[in-house]
Write a protein that binds this ligand. Structure first.
Ligand code: MN
Length: 248
């Protein structure tokens, strides 16, 4: 047993109710949680970003409870995991997140899958929160609309294809409108917390989370209804900014 593992076990034992009883600990410990929590992750360097709107702001398309749990617990877990990982993988903070995701081979092999999952999860969710807004435009505009019309046959086709790949993603993943290495728009889906940056894309324009945790409380197994409602939340100004940055 290595030292870290030993410390983890000790930390757990110290908080266990049985240990408190045996040791006769006094009222100062009475408010300790009944179940021994996992050891707290370091508070940084990664931080859970604010949504930029209230948890209920996207109702009725996405409900407040789903948003709260998705943001605080799911995204929060990726952030906590990264803060634990970063102690042993300095590459995580040595360059921008996008650069790490674009070259996962630079991450030590022992940490690579964990970085892929958790840094991917952190980037994807930060992107996702920023891509949604209450009361946004219904369709893309400006240069993004022009590019969609010219390269992909218009917004309705993009909407249909992003939806189809999201529906076709077995298990957990994402469906994306991205800008490939040749600065062309493309529609792709990814598994788990993978994203187009890991496949050499210059950037993502739009992306929808099709993990069950993104919709199950309100839509249960009806992923199609969730994706249809999700389109109502897209912040097309942000999507345009994503496109502009990706082709720059
Ligand atoms: Mn998610």
């Amino acid at each position: 047993m290595d030292r870290r593992h030993s410390l983890k076990l000790l930390a757990g034992a110290a908080l266990a109710p049985a240990a408190m009883t045996t040791l006769g600990l006094g009222p100062a410990f009475a408010q300790a949680p009944a179940a021994a929590p996992a050891p707290a992750a370091p508070a940084g360097p990664f931080k859970l970003p604010d949504l930029g709107y209230a948890y209920e702001a996207l109702e009725p398309n996405i409900d407040a409870q789903t948003m709260t749990i998705h943001h605080q617990r799911h995204h929060g877990a990726y952030v906590n995991n990264l803060n634990t990982l970063s102690a042993n993988a300095p590459v995580l903070t040595a360059k921008p997140i996008e650069a790490v995701l674009a070259d996962l081979t630079a991450v030590p092999e022992t940490a690579r899958q964990a970085v892929r999952n958790n840094l991917g999860g952190h980037w994807n969710h930060t992107f996702f929160w920023d891509l949604m807004t209450p009361g946004g435009a219904k369709e893309p505009g400006g240069d993004l609309k022009s590019a969609i019309d010219a390269e992909l046959g218009g917004f309705q086709k993009v909407r249909e294809q992003v939806t189809a790949l999201g529906m076709g993603r077995f298990g957990s993943g994402w469906s994306w409108l991205a800008v490939n290495k040749d600065k062309k728009l493309q529609i792709v889906s990814s598994l788990n917390q993978d994203n187009p940056l890991m496949d050499g894309a210059r950037g993502a324009v739009v992306g929808v989370d099709v993990w069950e945790h993104a919709y199950y409380l309100k839509y249960q197994n009806r992923r199609n209804e969730y994706i249809a409602a999700w389109w109502n939340t897209v912040n097309w100004d942000k999507a345009s900014a994503n496109y502009k940055k990706a082709i720059a």
